[in-house]
Ligand binder design. Structure first.
Ligand code: CAA
Length: 293
């Protein structure tokens, strides 16, 4: 079944290409296909793509077992996703969502390439959590059709998509992406393009402060996390959340805030930097503030 999404004043989106099949990319592919879009998921090799499809199967299976979706809806979602390693597959996409690692040069190269592969109408979105949308858009000849589409982890469960307008993002592009996110069952909220946007400008300094507290011996990790969970009704404590996001990502965002604002209040905790140097990146490496199987 191919569903054409008629997006109000925006353009019609039928096919979405997702580049990068990691934790964020496979979640984005899942929610896009579950919304009825045709999806092509692209990464560098078949092993990464197979792992991503297994993750999507597992996640859809969870949603079926909780009766949030039916088995046939899960099957239809899987059927709408194709995979490949060739970026030229993006030539049929109305929207490309990039979810590759947070390396500026990689993103600039990719957007330049996408600009030459994709038809004029294609919107190029980035799931970056901290890199300037305006800078990424500058690698293309279509800065009006480049936008931030920042999903939250875990993508299938989190309601928010933070939409970020670059300096030249058009109102039509924003309207199209807002409606695409809504049709994926998400709540899109728009931020302008300043360091960390809204989500990470507020979240990461809080995580960083929790790491300072641990470093200074103010409390144990259990007390720090417990105080924030029970006292503020946060679903996870800040140290557990930093592990979940990845300590390298949290450090990268703190450095972006520090460089972008030139304000010492955004300095990264030395303990955070030391853990990243030691390769203790949190859940993904099995060790961070906590140990994982
Ligand atoms: N798909 C389907 N089901 C999933 C899932 C997924 N991707 N991930 C988890 N689940 C399931 C779990 O398997 C679990 O199922 P069971 O009950 O059958 O075991 C269920 O959802 C609930 O999970 P948990 O019981 O483990 O715990 P929970 O109720 O606390 O929910 C959570 C988990 C949604 C992650 C919750 O702890 C939470 O909201 N944590 C905060 C997450 C957060 O802040 N995310 C934003 C990070 S910042 C970011 O993403 C942006 C950035 O740029 C850094």
């Amino acid at each position: 079944m191919i569903v054409e999404h008629l997006l109000g004043e925006g353009m019609n989106i039928k096919t979405i290409a997702v580049i990068g099949a990691g934790q964020m990319g496979n979640g984005i592919a899942q929610v896009a296909s579950s919304a009825g879009f045709q999806v092509v998921l692209i990464d560098m090799n078949d092993a990464l793509l197979e792992k991503a499809m297994a993750t999507i199967q597992f996640s859809l299976g969870k949603l079926v077992s909780k009766e949030k979706i039916s088995q046939s809806e899960a099957d239809d979602s899987i059927a709408r996703i194709s995979t490949g390693t060739d970026r030229s597959l993006c030539q049929n996409a109305d929207l490309v969502v990039e979810a590759i690692p947070e390396v500026l040069e990689w993103k600039l190269d990719l957007f330049k390439e996408l600009d030459s592969i994709c038809p004029d109408h294609t919107i190029l979105a980035t799931n970056t959590s901290s890199i300037s949308i305006t800078k990424i858009a500058g690698a293309t000849r279509r800065p009006d059709r480049v936008i931030g589409m920042h999903f939250m982890n875990p993508v299938p469960l989190m309601k928010l998509v933070e939409i970020i307008n670059g300096e030249e993002t058009s109102a039509e592009t924003n309207a199209t992406i807002v409606q695409a996110a809504e049709s994926m069952g998400k709540v899109p909220l728009t931020s302008e393009d300043f360091p960390g946007f809204i989500s990470n400008r507020i979240l990461c300094p809080m995580l960083n402060e929790a790491i300072f507290c641990l470093q200074e011996g103010v409390a144990t990790r259990e007390a720090i996390d417990g105080i924030m969970k029970l006292g503020m009704n946060h679903p996870m404590g800040p140290l557990a959340l930093a592990d979940y996001i990845g300590l390298d990502t949290v450090l990268h965002i703190m450095d972006v805030l520090y460089d972008g604002f030139g304000d010492s209040k955004y300095r990264a905790a030395p303990l955070l930097r030391r853990m990243v140097d030691a390769g203790l990146l949190g859940k993904k490496t099995g060790r961070g503030f906590y140990t994982y199987n």
